[in-house]
Design a protein around this ligand. Structure first.
Ligand code: FEO
Length: 395
């Protein structure tokens, strides 16, 4: 892939992964992804800011060649996860004088994960700087976006923030600078949901810290570079806040039509009450889309038939993920059907312990729903609308 100068003497030398469709063997990647690596040339020293996924090491080395690099003094490693660090051992072989610049925690993890010898590191602390000659790198510890060792780098003279995973997006685009705001916002929201959402409280603190800094450009390690930082900082401030919107999300599975009938009836009742609704059929909904909608939904209603006494495994999986991602959802309920009994509600509730939600009366139908079940669904829709009015998202 071609290299690209994003500011004078700052060159994108990363790799695009157009074809990758799964990350961590878990997260779907409909838009592929990128591993952004940046070369910063000072008058005396040259630094590489993060590397790339080990599968793309060859591309990184070709890009360095294309950029005419004959010496790298520092490889700044913000984060030990292999999609940014995996190529470091080979870069160290090609540039034997290079030192890996990392904080103590990251150094220990890189030694564990990539077997990099301790002698190859230059350890830095929060606020420490490194002068490349007219370009000063300032290191900012930013734990839990999304690992405990994460660090950011601020290039003082150019006012560029290299933010690693933080503020990124899984998106492959041929040129590094943001060009399609809507596409990028959707990809960034999805990425926030899948990776950052469990750390909303820490994210708010990091955003506060960044507010006090003069930032002209944000260059994350996935997705595109933001020449207008407010674009992504404002979006993160909203997503990380406690504010939700007038949305009820209904992740569902139906085996023989009873649960589907209940979902469709409830969806209609909610719309009549003025509540926006998104039913997600878990047999084909991309789990990343579900996560994205969880970012600001006020209510989640899990809908499932009873299978072997509990929830359908696809619904149990969605509940497990929602619990792990800790969205700011405020109300929850469960609807579904059963043939002869079971403990579906109890087992689902047991998997939602992390969610600080108010539970609204579940609705269970024996077999296909009948009059009393529809009445109960109407009551649930009214209760959801009332709750949404209570938190000010529905007038
Ligand atoms: Fe993109 Fe946490 O690695």
């Amino acid at each position: 892939m071609a290299t690209s100068e994003i500011k004078k003497d700052i060159v994108w030398v990363g790799a695009l992964d157009w074809d990758r469709r799964l990350f961590d063997e878990l997260i779907p990647l409909p838009d592929g992804t990128s591993y952004n690596s940046y070369l910063v040339r000072g008058k005396e020293k040259t630094a590489l800011i993060d590397a790339v996924d080990p599968t793309k090491t060859g591309e990184l080395l070709e890009n360095l060649q294309e950029a005419g690099v004959t010496r790298i003094d520092y490889i700044v490693s913000h984060h030990a996860e292999q999609d940014h660090s995996g190529a470091i051992p080979e870069v160290l072989e090609v540039f034997p004088q290079a030192k890996v610049v990392a904080n103590e925690k990251c150094k220990a993890m890189l030694m564990d994960l990539l077997l990099i010898p301790e002698g190859r590191f230059l350890t830095v602390a929060d606020g420490q700087t490194l002068d490349l000659g007219g370009k000063t790198l300032e290191f900012i510890l930013a734990p839990w976006v999304h690992w405990p060792e994460t660090m950011l780098t601020y290039l003082r003279e150019d006012m560029v923030l290299f933010s690693c995973d933080f503020l990124g997006a899984h998106l492959a685009q041929s040129r590094p600078l943001l060009s399609d705001e809507n596409r990028t916002l959707q990809a960034a929201k999805r990425y926030f949901a899948e990776i950052m959402m469990p750390f909303r409280i820490q994210i708010r603190k990091h955003l506060e810290k960044l507010q006090g800094m003069a930032i002209d450009m944000i260059a994350p390690s996935h997705g595109v570079v933001y020449p207008r930082p407010a674009f992504i900082l404002d979006a993160y401030a909203e997503w990380a806040s406690d504010r939700t919107r007038n949305l009820a999300l209904i992740p569902f599975v139906s085996m023989h039509g009873s649960t589907r009938e209940m979902v469709e009836y409830l969806a209609g009742a909610l719309v009549r009450q003025g509540v926006d609704v998104i039913p997600c059929n878990l047999t084909h909904t991309d789990i990343g889309e579900l996560a994205k909608e969880l970012v600001d939904a006020s209510t989640v209603v899990l809908a499932t038939p009873t299978v072997l006494g509990g929830a359908h495994p696809a619904v149990a999986h969605a509940a497990f993920l929602a619990n792990a991602l800790r969205p700011k959802v405020k109300f929850a309920s469960i609807i579904g059907s059963f043939g002869w009994g079971g403990k579906m509600v109890e087992t689902l509730l047991a998997s939602l312990g992390n969610l600080k939600v108010e539970l609204l009366e579940p609705v269970l139908a024996k077999g296909y729903p009948v009059g009393k079940d529809y009445q109960a669904l109407d009551k649930l829709a009214a209760a959801i609308a009332e709750k949404h009015r209570g938190i000010g998202v529905l007038s």
